[in-house]
Design a protein around this ligand. Structure first.
Ligand code: PGA
Length: 252
């Protein structure tokens, strides 16, 4: 945790969820409104198809809504893509950019991720910028160098604590049940904090730095209370409100 920084716990549903899943979002909203996550802000990032309906379910409440990706352009001939202003219009306040599944499966580069983050800021969304090393990169001792390079290439200019969130997600920890040691997480988040200061100046000390990758109710307390860990981005364990809220309860 970082003194003076409000923790943030976000669920990334990935390509999961039909309208039948909206009940989970309603349960998250009730918990957020009841303060079940203490001081922490809660957000859910369902697939784009559910955004507008989810926005309706959470209106007037304390649960925040995010999307999982956006196009760098605000509109145009880009069949199948969704722009940041469209996400904002549908009710989102956050958008994840540069998730490793997009970097890998859609060959997204740091430059593209930065363009998406810039588009998000322009639309009034907060960008959750994801970075993280592969297993090979960690084994070669390059984890911090890789994440530093990704951040330098992906963070939008002019960002600050209200417009940018960083999520450190080691690729090898996503969906595998594996997590880095508390020492490795502390070391990485400390390096990210230093870099954020270099890039954004004093505002960098207040930016939220999330950890993501196999966060579960059983390991959340160990991970989420470390220095410079200001919350979590949760995949699989965010699909059910009960599991998601059991993790967020680490901040109660
Ligand atoms: P996981 O995914 O919690 O299922 O490991 C995290 C993520 O990809 O954001």
């Amino acid at each position: 945790m970082t003194p003076g920084v409000r923790p943030f716990v976000a669920g990334n549903w990935k390509m999961n969820g039909l309208s039948a899943s909206l009940g989970e979002i309603e349960a998250m909203r009730r918990a957020a409104d009841a303060g079940e996550a203490g001081e922490a802000e809660l957000a859910v990032c369902p697939p784009a198809t559910l955004l507008a309906q989810a926005a309706w379910k959470i209106r007037g409440g304390k649960l925040s809504l995010g999307a999982q990706d956006c196009h760098p352009e605000p509109s145009g001939a880009f069949t199948g893509d969704i722009s940041a202003p469209m996400l904002k219009d549908a009710g989102a306040t956050y958008v994840i950019v540069g998730h490793s599944e997009r970097r890998t499966l859609h060959h997204e580069t740091d430059a593209l991720v930065r363009a998406k983050a810039e588009a998000a800021l322009k639309a009034g969304l907060t960008a959750i910028v994801c970075v993280g090393e592969t297993k090979e990169e960690r084994q070669a001792g390059d984890a911090i160098a890789v994440v530093t390079r990704q951040l330098k290439g992906s963070l939008p200019p002019g960002g600050g604590p209200d417009s940018v969130v960083v999520s450190y997600e080691p690729v090898w920890a996503i969906g595998t049940g594996l997590t880095p040691t508390p020492k490795d997480v502390t070391e990485m988040h400390g390096a990210i904090r230093t870099l954020l200061g270099e890039i954004y100046g004093p505002g960098g000390s207040k930016l939220r730095i999330l950890y993501g990758g196999s966060v579960k109710p059983g390991n959340c307390r160990d991970l989420l209370t470390l220095d410079n860990v200001d919350g979590a981005l949760i995949g699989g364990a965010s699909l059910k409100a009960a599991e998601f809220l059991a993790i967020a309860a680490a901040y109660r």
